[in-house]
Design a protein around this ligand. Structure first.
Ligand code: HEM
Length: 545
């Protein structure tokens, strides 16, 4: 193996870093099929340089097409940036794939939670969890999103009192707000992170950081015996896990010991006005999982805590980043919020009246998908369908092949989107297609969105997949989108945001999600209040204020 690095193109440093990469990720098995797939010409040093991985993959996509192979010595990744192949992987032959490398990275944190779970574990858990996100739950959640946002408003109000201008890192504020919301929504635990700090909050951020470190670091030294004792950051990671697990265990024990017949009846009837604790944990314990092991329940809760926190915060961060650079789009959103909502706290019905806010969020998710890459590994041989401009015969791949679905490439593909790098939320109301793919790709059809309030993978025939698609599509998509809509509408109504140092200073860094390199530092001032006070605002009750 070492010889193959020395031979050919690499220098000593490249050869060494390649070897490290492969040993570290356990990729020493031979290349698995895909002999006919175009090979991208690149160097590992392209990946380990300053640029995030997903950006390096974009240039190779333009050069090599919607299916290409990135070879590191004897091992290759297949990078997918084409909607027909993505549809095949996520929907048509979804059960031929598991999460591969991702599962290996996440397993120590999420155990057998839904995201990393093997198919056998996943099936019954998915069946148990999906029904808990029903309409009455989401309605109760929207009320909770509003009351949590009022905490952020109170904090910003204090900072901007009497016309003051405050400098605030909005990425941090969105993360705090997202943590409070996911804690209450999933297990009725109030982190209170908008206004305070606690050991549990610190532990959640510590674990998130470690998940990110593991997914971007090339040597998995944490697998070495005693690493969790000897290496300080690994010791800290294990301490953080103990803090969170203890917290989750006590919440589970409490939920199991406080089953209440009245609550269970109300939950059964989906009457959330009568339910004291509307969380997913309560629903799962009362109606779904009486005999489920505490361990599995904890893995599920931990998964949703991690999956639903940073992702939603990132959507809000990039939505504000985009809107702050596009005054005309900002105006459109503000006019809508002033007219439809005013100072009211929105409920589910009011969110229907905010199409411009929803489109701005969808467009931010197109430009900054969270996560920018989905990972799969083939469980059995398969043939990938032919992509745009690819070999019509398609591409046979073998068992064990590792695939990266580049959501970033797909969402910015010049073959699928007009002016793909431009922030233009109205695109989601305009149908379009690609004649070269006629009959194979249905194009973007707003009417195919169905009853969904937001553009989705169905309307775009897998060109827009912010929540994945098919069997393993995100279970929290509606939760997250409604949350982001409430928060964005309420914040924009009340404050004006300007960059402290200009958008170019914000930068981009990749971990599990795309976050900023230097924070989203904004100058925050109050908007002129009262001017836009609408009829609607007077009609609506301010729920949860
Ligand atoms: C899966 C994105 C919020 C729970 C996924 C997947 C994506 C995604 C792309 C598919 C992963 C794959 O196919 O490999 C997002 C984004 C969010 C968000 C962008 C916020 C804007 C949430 C929330 C929750 C959640 C709020 C829970 C309350 C999950 C779970 C899965 C998942 C459990 C695994 C589903 C399965 O494998 O059956 N998410 N998510 N997500 N998400 Fe989300």
């Amino acid at each position: 193996v070492a010889y193959s690095y020395w031979k050919g193109k690499g220098n000593v440093k490249d050869g060494f870093s390649r070897l490290l990469t492969e040993v570290s990720q356990g990729y020493l098995q031979p290349d698995v099929g895909g002999e006919t797939i175009p090979v991208a010409q690149g160097e590992l040093s392209d990946l380990v340089g300053g640029e995030p991985l997903f950006k390096a993959l974009y240039q190779w996509f333009l050069d090599s097409g919607g299916v290409y192979k990135l070879a590191f010595g004897p091992k290759a990744f297949i990078v997918i940036s084409d909607p027909i192949v993505v549809r095949h992987l996520l929907k048509e032959n979804a059960f031929n794939y598991d999460k591969g490398v991702l599962a290996e990275i996440l397993e120590p944190i999420m155990g057998k939670g839904l995201i990393p779970a093997d198919l056998e574990t996943w099936k019954p858990r998915r069946r148990a969890i999906v029904p808990s996100f029903h309409k009455a739950y989401l309605e109760a959640m929207v009320r909770m999103f509003g009351s949590c946002t009022h905490r952020a408003l109170a904090k910003l109000d204090a900072l901007t009192d009497q016309g003051q201008e405050a400098e605030v890192d909005m990425e941090v504020e969105f993360l705090n707000l997202g943590l409070d919301i996911i804690g209450l929504g999933v297990f009725n635990y109030d982190f209170g992170s908008v206004t305070s700090e606690s050991p549990v909050i610190k532990a959640v951020y510590g674990v998130l950081k470690e998940a990110e470190h593991r997914s971007t670091f090339y040597l998995p030294y944490w697998k070495l015996p005693l690493a969790s004792v000897v290496v300080p950051r690994q010791r800290k990671f294990h301490q953080d896990l103990v803090v969170i697990n203890d917290c989750l265990d006590s919440l589970i024990a409490q939920a199991k010991s406080t089953r209440n017949a009245d609550d269970a009846e109300a939950l059964q009837a989906r009457d959330y006005t009568q339910v004291k604790d509307p969380s997913l944990l309560r629903f799962l314990v009362d109606l779904r999982d009486a005999d489920l092991s505490d361990r599995q329940l904890r893995d599920d809760l931990m998964t949703m805590l991690i999956a639903g926190h940073e992702t939603t915060a990132a959507v809000l961060t990039w939505a504000l980043f985009c809107l702050a650079q596009h005054p005309a789009e900002m105006e459109r959103v503000l006019a809508e919020v002033d007219q439809a909502l005013g100072d009211a706290t929105p409920g589910l019905a009011e969110l229907q009246e905010l199409p411009a806010v929803r489109a701005a969020l969808a467009e931010s998710l197109r430009l900054y998908p969270q996560p920018p890459i989905l990972i799969r590994r083939a469980l059995a041989p398969d043939t990938l369908p032919s992509p745009l401009n690819g070999d019509p015969a398609g591409y046979p791949i073998g068992k064990g092949a590792d695939l990266f679905i580049s959501v970033w490439n797909l969402h910015r593909s010049p073959h699928l989107w007009r002016d793909p790098d431009t922030f233009r939320p109205q695109r989601f109301s305009e149908p379009h297609s690609n004649p070269a793919l006629q009959g194979r790709w249905a194009g973007y059809r707003p009417e195919a969105q169905g009853s969904s309030l937001y553009p989705n993978e169905v309307a775009s025939d897998f060109a827009f997949i912010p929540f994945g698609g098919g069997a393993r599509k995100c279970v929290g998509d509606q939760f997250a989108l409604l949350e982001a809509t409430v928060i964005l509408a309420m914040l924009l109504r009340r404050y004006e945001f300007r960059f402290v140092e200009g958008p170019e200073r914000v930068g981009m860094a990749s971990g599990a999600t795309i976050h900023t390199a230097n924070g989203l530092r904004m100058k925050v001032t109050r908007r002129q209040q009262g001017v836009q006070s609408s009829q609607r605002s007077r009609e609506l009750s301010t729920v949860g204020a």
